[in-house]
Design a protein around this ligand. Sequence first.
Ligand SMILES: CC(C)(COP(=O)(O)OP(=O)(O)OC[C@H]1O[C@@H](n2cnc3c(N)ncnc32)[C@H](O)[C@@H]1OP(=O)(O)O)[C@@H](O)C(=O)NCCC(=O)NCCS
Length: 171
Amino acid sequence: MTSPSQDGRNLAPRAVCDSQSQMTEVILPNDANPLGNLLGGRLMHLIDLAGAMAAHRHSHSHVVTASMDHIDFLQPVHIGDLLILKSSVNRAFRSSMEVGVKCWVENYIAGTTCHVASAYLTFVAIDETGQHHPVPCVVPETEDEKRRYEDASRRREARKQEQERRKAQIR
Ligand SMILES: CC(C)(COP(=O)(O)OP(=O)(O)OC[C@H]1O[C@@H](n2cnc3c(N)ncnc32)[C@H](O)[C@@H]1OP(=O)(O)O)[C@@H](O)C(=O)NCCC(=O)NCCS
């Protein structure tokens, strides 16, 4: 049994499937450039929202985006396309969570889907006063979840090293 944290939060470990989230968006002219392709910044906004959903559900808390890792736009997305974004919490640390978001475009005429982008984001759980606080651990169950859980630690170390390197460059 996990005891509640000092502020009474329930820190019992949670399964990945408990917070997995999905968003579907129809791409409209307002989301696109003059050639009718989805704007990269708009896709990043949707990725941020989809990622936050999983982080909110896992932590039962307000969250802020601390970082978004490298993102490649693999295929153009067009006006009228159905964009599907799936998010899951790969691992929780103390107050932060790594969330993976994968995006597909669905061609509902042909019945096919195509992977268009993926990103890892780190969200930090905060209270109403903006203080960060501990979050429950993640329990990976499937083989894929276990792999992502292990990889998340390596990515966190890489992020920290990169942050240190950038700080040293600024000094
Ligand atoms: C993210 C933020 C809460 C970190 O606060 P901080 O006081 O610098 O935090 P700390 O150094 O004590 O780190 C707190 C946690 O955040 C993580 N973190 C901090 N900066 C990070 C970054 N750039 N990338 C990934 N994780 C980060 C730390 O690893 C730590 O995680 P842990 O508790 O699981 O070990 C703070 O910088 C912030 O509020 N940023 C603005 C967030 C925001 O407004 N986002 C929307 C975009 S404008």
